[in-house]
Design a protein around this ligand. Structure first.
Ligand SMILES: [Ca+2]
Length: 424
């Protein structure tokens, strides 16, 4: 009886293993749904735990031959289920997080690898044993990994700040379908602390720590098709493909677009179109603050560009003087960053919410206590120029750096300036 059970189990395990390999493609659908992947691992843990219980129950001594045979069948089903879910955990960790999401130049790289490796080992033990301690081990490793991956990344944060920054909401992407099936795709960024600025240029790029609440940001620059769908016109210089970014839009045009987009989505607009003030408490679309823009661009990297430090790294990520052929290009053709954003380097400069303050980084308001980190800095209270970021098709490599700051008159319509939107 025992031999029969074991050989049947082995056959089912083998079958389940093959089925798992065939059923999942290498590139999971919706690959930026990080939180969904974590949730799937949690669900698999619960299923494995239940399977372990059921297998134990069913392999306990049965009174009659009939009962034993039925129990054996039940146990085999649960073994297959346990096997399948442990394999799913291994697949998510190996094919999704380790292969696609965890990059060597991001913070806590070694620690993240160590935790993910631990999960792989524990999942393997779940396949081999009925010891639920292995499930607990996956849960605690996953919890630690999630804190590093999604959460606050500075040891200097206190509980108050952690509370203030909040947690990342689900879902991790939202898509607004405009007229003509024109989609505005937004990616959620987790709350966190990062070093804004660089030592490359003068003190106006003075590095300093900044904490940001979670927010959504457009995966792409706003395209001409999107602008046309919302505003009913396309002022761009480089026409011919409506997936190129819109340009020749002033800062005022950009925020007017944001308000109209909010109305279409049934959200409260952020801008007062008489005073041009932004109400950050509203849930509608708006331009990113300068800090939000750089946080989104860097996506945890500390290098000059999100792809590395050299000009050839930039060439992979963006359209700039060296590769643009003196024009914009359809959005999304270059390499995305770790958060799945495109064209943060080059193509068109992007309007930011902030007034430009040359010395703002040195004057950035500090928290109430010494050593506190500024949270969601909104930029100077007044000014004459607005910040633009990221460089453009006509600018050189150093102007496309993650930390590079530039500015323009908010009334300017220029063929090198467009924008992307954010919302809460
Ligand atoms: Ca850009």
């Amino acid at each position: 009886m025992r031999y029969y059970l074991l050989s049947l189990a082995a056959a089912v395990v083998l079958f389940a293993g093959i089925r798992t390999l065939q059923a999942h493609c290498q590139m999971p659908c919706g690959i930026y749904d990080d939180q969904m992947r974590v949730h799937m691992i949690e669900e698999s843990c619960a299923t494995i735990e239940k399977a372990m219980d059921e297998i134990r129950k069913n392999t306990a001594a049965a009174k009659t031959e009939g009962e034993a045979s039925l129990a054996a069948m039940q146990a085999v089903r649960w073994i297959a289920t346990k096997e399948e879910h442990a394999a799913q955990i291994q697949e998510i960790v190996a094919d999704y997080f380790l292969t696609q999401r965890i990059k060597p130049d991001t913070q806590n790289y070694d620690k993240k690898l160590e935790l993910l490796h631990g999960i792989l080992i524990s999942a393997m033990k779940c396949r081999q044993t009925l010891d639920s301690a292995n499930v607990q081990s996956i849960r605690s490793l996953l919890d630690e990994f999630s804190k590093l991956y999604f959460g606050i990344r500075s040891s200097s944060l206190n509980d108050d700040l952690t509370k203030q920054l909040g947690v990342l909401p689900l879902p991790s992407t939202i898509v607004l379908n405009l007229k003509l099936d024109t989609l505005v795709e937004m990616v959620s960024l987790p709350p966190g602390v990062f070093e804004m600025g660089s030592w490359t240029e003068g003190s106006y790029e003075q590095p300093h720590e900044v904490a940001l609440h979670w927010f959504y940001i457009g995966r792409y620059e706003i395209t001409q098709a999107q602008y046309q769908a919302v505003m009913g016109s396309n002022p761009s210089n480089f026409t011919g493909d409506t997936h190129r970014p819109v340009e020749q839009v002033s800062w005022y045009d950009a925020v007017t677009f944001c308000n109209k987009l909010s109305e279409q989505a049934g959200l409260e607009p952020c801008y007062n179109l008489s005073t041009w003030e932004c109400d950050f408490t509203k849930k509608g679309y708006r331009l990113p603050t300068e800090a939000e823009w750089e946080y989104a661009c860097r996506a945890e990297t500390k290098t000059t560009y999100y792809t590395g430090d050299t000009e050839s790294d930039l060439a992979q990520a963006g359209w700039y003087e060296g590769n643009s052929g003196k024009s914009t290009h359809p959005v999304g053709l270059k390499k995305q960053n770790f958060r799945g954003l495109y064209d943060m380097h080059g193509n068109v400069f992007e309007w930011c919410q902030d007034w430009y303050g040359e010395y703002y980084y040195n004057e950035t308001p500090k928290g109430e206590k010494p050593g506190d980190i500024v949270v969601n800095p909104p930029g100077p209270v007044s000014g004459s120029m607005r910040v633009i970021r990221g460089g453009s098709w006509e600018f050189g490599a150093k102007n496309c750096r993650s930390a590079y700051r530039y500015n323009a008159n908010p009334g300017l319509h220029y063929f090198g300036i467009g924008f992307r939107v954010v919302r809460r």
